[in-house]
Write a new protein. Sequence first.
Length: 109
Amino acid sequence: MRPEALSFFEKVYKVAQKIPYGKVTSYGAIAKYLGAAKSARIVGYAMNASHNKDVPAHRVVNRKGLLTGKHHFEGTNLMQQLLENEGVEVIENQIQNLESIYWDPAKEL
């Protein structure tokens, strides 16, 4: 992996680590906050690569609140279970009441 890609991943991890318990954000919101608005997919790659780091990847979803990254977690419903343990309601891979639990790094940091 190129060093500049790795440093972007580290920046993504630093933002993701600040997502509060019981809140979620989107791949695109992190990308936009980092000044790379069209890099939501790269943020997703960073989340997929974060498993041995202290990163709450389960709190990062797509812009519609879908658990698009759930296949990268061990077990069938681990991402959903982690979110539900934090009080987030998920029905059919869709976060309910997204507006009320959405955390936007551009506004919060």
